[in-house]
Ligand binder design. Sequence first.
Ligand code: HEC
Length: 153
Amino acid sequence: MKRFGSAVAVCVGLMGIHSAFAEEMKMQMGNHRHDMSTMDMRTSLGLSGQMKQHQLANMREHVEAIKSIVGLMSEQKFEEASGVAHAKLGLTPDMQSMCNMFENENFRKLGFAFHQSGDDLGDVLKTKDMGASLRALNRTMQYCVECHAGYRQ
Ligand code: HEC
């Protein structure tokens, strides 16, 4: 019984230390705004103001393209969806020169692979195969997710 009592005392003691430590950490993090939810660990591309606006406008067009492709697929308009995929997500000369403006080589590679997948999506859509088209769309959107997880402006 005595043993049990001292084990409890040790545990409570440790917990006391632990919570005091946690409290201290919380205060430090609170003061410096460094808790995990506010810390951005992604690689910065170091873009200039103008490049930032240009990139964001491009990105908004990418979401719009995905939206219109999904809408056209739902109406079985595969030919039109294919056209949007090639023109808006594919590796057009415009997209090629946009991607080439970035200094970060891995980012550039990811950008090219993404646009290549946009052209692949366009080819698959032409087959009018819904399952295969959804899988191709999923592969393209995987690049959106992957790039956003790794890079910021
Ligand atoms: C090669 C990298 C890359 C790929 C691929 C990519 N993006 Fe982005 N996107 C970015 C970066 C970098 C930003 C800026 C994020 C930041 O600084 O927080 C961004 C921002 C955005 C934004 C915010 C726009 C705004 O006005 O605030 C949207 C929306 C977006 N992307 C959509 C997409 C969609 C949809 C796809 C896929 C179809 C996609 N992106 C593919 C890199 C990428």
